[in-house]
Write a protein that binds this ligand. Structure first.
Ligand SMILES: [Zn+2]
Ligand SMILES: [Zn+2]
Length: 395
């Protein structure tokens, strides 16, 4: 019998609750990722499948054997030397096989996705950053209320729909982290096409797009009516009103769509990319992925929940089944990475019926900074027991 059940918790939505008394040190749940990505910085040293970290050595097993490389080279009309996939290395043949088996029909599309992103990244990266146009405040008679969900979501759809030119926002600077994020989103999109039931698990997670926009929208851009947005703008007006943080997301989408669809020898296209699909993944990933950290000694892992200052961030993964662990700044559960899986372990006794919570990131700061960080990243004001108590003390 499962130690956890999903229940509706007053004021918090759904969450995991203990179905019986649970002793300290019990593995409550093991979650496998829908998709993972490596930090670009550590790609040669990290196994693409199990996240084994071989630094300072590079991982040895390549994505393609020499004969496989030659076959693909003929199919794609790309010279073999360009098909080395230096960012897709494995610690062993076992890991490579597990990866191929798990991806199944997505394996070749995954190679195509990586190849396409790499090519386009090299093209795009040398651009100078663009300077944002000065805010335009047109005289519109019709406005929408920023706090109206339906109206804001229509407004955002219209803004995104303006991005029709493949070269839109192509002058915006891209970073290595954009490449990693694109690979993660690409992996999810491939899953959505070839393993739709797995992908459905992701869609259960709440989409944070509206709260993200409200958090980042700078009302001073449109000072006459800080809680309103003009309806039916031109593309220029839309883009001038979009917060920088969202403009970066849009630039990432344009880069991604361009990479996947542009003619490139005979490298397969990745079809079905729409801004709706991209956003539906991006705005779920942001608050619901876990960092995959280098494994420390058990002592370090136990004391810190798997994270320490000395350890490197090797990548990210999206773990849909872990979404029901809500946050607490005094969590009763820690997560510990086990290969590419996440284990959730009780860090103290949990009573039957008690909610099982983890901490989203470090909770070492004082209550104000903690709440601020959680609001920015996860879009909620923490009301956990610890925050409530500490808040009373500082008042
Ligand atoms: Zn491995
Ligand atoms: Zn808290």
């Amino acid at each position: 019998m499962s130690l956890l059940e999903i229940s509706v918790l007053p004021g918090k939505g759904r969450g995991y609750r203990a179905t019986s008394d649970i002793p300290i040190g019990t593995v409550l749940h093991v979650s496998d990722p829908l998709a993972t990505t490596l930090s670009q910085e550590w790609t040669p040293e990290t196994c693409l499948w199990c996240f084994d970290f071989a630094y300072p050595k590079k991982q040895k097993t390549k994505a393609l054997t020499e004969p496989e490389k030659l076959t693909l080279s003929l199919q794609w009309s790309v010279a073999p030397k360009h098909l080395s996939f230096k960012d897709m290395l494995f610690c062993s043949h076992t890991c490579k096989l597990s990866c191929q088996t798990s991806l199944s029909s997505d394996w070749i599309p995954t190679l195509a996705m990586h190849y396409r992103l790499d090519c386009e990244f090299k093209n795009t990266c040398n651009n100078l950053p663009i300077t944002k146009a000065a805010p335009i405040e047109p005289e519109f008679s019709k406005h929408i209320d920023l706090n109206n969900d339906e109206a804001l979501s229509t407004w955002l759809n219209q803004a995104w729909a303006c991005l029709t030119d493949p070269l839109d926002l192509s002058k915006k600077d891209l970073h290595d982290s954009d490449l990693s994020m694109s690979r993660l989103i690409g992996a999810c999109i491939l899953r959505s096409q070839n393993a739709p039931t797995l992908f459905q698990d992701l869609l259960v997670i709440q989409n944070n797009e509206l709260s993200h926009f409200r958090t980042h929208f700078n009302a001073s851009l449109y000072p006459t009516n800080p809680q309103q947005l003009p309806l039916h703008c031109t593309k220029e007006v839309y883009l001038s009103l979009i917060p920088d943080d969202l403009l970066d997301v849009m630039a990432l989408y344009c880069f991604f769509a361009r990479s996947m669809t542009k003619p490139l020898h005979n490298v397969p296209l990745i079809s079905g990319i729409t801004h709706n699909l991209f956003r539906s993944i991006f705005f779920r990933e942001r608050a619901n992925s876990f960092g995959l950290w280098e494994m420390g000694s058990d002592e370090v892992a136990n004391a810190t929940g798997g994270v320490s200052d000395d350890l490197e961030l090797l990548g990210f993964g999206i773990y849909p089944s872990a979404v029901y662990f809500n946050h607490s700044c005094d969590a009763n559960v820690i997560k510990v990475r086990d290969g590419r899986s996440m284990k959730f372990i009780s860090r103290r006794m949990i009573d039957e019926g008690e909610e099982a919570c983890i901490s989203y990131g470090s909770v070492d700061d004082d209550v104000r900074s903690r709440r601020q960080r959680l609001l920015e990243h996860y879009h909620f004001i923490c009301q956990c027991t610890r925050c409530t108590q500490e808040d009373l003390i500082i008042r």
